[in-house]
Design a protein around this ligand. Structure first.
Ligand code: SF4
Length: 61
């Protein structure tokens, strides 16, 4: 599973970086993906972040 963040949509709320710091980190005012290929043990947490992101900026494929 791969994940990316649409920087045009991210509002920098830091919800995803707080929830899954293994995959997301804040860079300046926006979140970025550290591990584009999601580690298997983080897949469920990343899926929750997709649901929780208020900007619908997290995309999994
Ligand atoms: S939860 Fe969504 S809007 Fe908030 S920092 Fe993460 S990607 Fe950006």
């Amino acid at each position: 599973m791969k994940v990316k963040i649409d920087a045009d949509l991210c509002t920098g709320c830091a919800l995803c970086t707080d929830s899954v710091p293994e995959v997301f980190q804040m860079v300046g005012d926006l979140a970025e993906v550290i591990t584009p290929v999601v580690p298997a043990d983080q897949e469920n947490a990343v899926k929750e972040s997709v649901s929780d992101c208020p900007a619908e900026a997290i995309i999994i494929e």
